[in-house]
Unconditional design. Structure first.
Length: 162
């Protein structure tokens, strides 16, 4: 199955780290979602802006991806948790594409507050078959320490190689 991994990452790069682990095992094409206007580098300012955006359903403009979703059967989509839902840039990406007939594998990273991320992602993938959604936990300080057992993560990634 021709697969594309698309992810958004910001602060610690945890979502990127997981996307790259998937890419290493699957050999799939991979790319990051980037906003046209970057978020502030200062954590508190970016967090405040992200909170406002998620609360209003704001969809920031994103840069064109180097790959076209239309060319793939399966799209693995990763997002960090921002205020109990997906990052606004992922909302933009999901909302801008036609998911009819595609298989979408949503995954999310969080620091203990998963919210409704997977459900919200699934809602924006109308017409897709949702497969193997995954929640990946990192330390509660928002750092890079993986709390989901590696064996569980590896079993999930192994499912994506088939």
């Amino acid at each position: 199955m021709k697969t594309l991994i698309v992810y958004y990452t910001w602060h610690n790069g945890n979502t990127k780290r997981i996307a790259e682990m998937i890419q290493k095992k699957t050999g799939a094409d991979i790319c990051a979602i980037e906003t046209v206007t970057p978020y502030p580098k200062e954590y508190r300012k970016a967090s405040d802006q992200g909170k406002r955006e998620t609360e209003t359903g704001f969809e920031p403009e994103i840069k064109k991806l180097p790959y076209d979703v239309k060319d793939y059967e399966r799209i693995i989509v990763g997002t960090p948790t921002w205020w109990y839902t997906m990052a606004p840039a992922v909302r933009t990406f999901l909302d801008q594409n036609d998911w009819t007939g595609k298989t979408v594998v949503p995954f999310m990273t969080n620091a203990g507050w998963p919210g409704t991320v997977i459900h919200d992602m699934m809602d924006l993938c109308s017409g897709a078959m949702i497969s193997n959604p995954m929640e990946i936990l990192f330390d509660s300080e928002g750092g890079p320490v993986l709390k989901t057992e590696e064996s569980i993560l590896n079993k999930w990634i192994e499912k994506l190689t088939k």
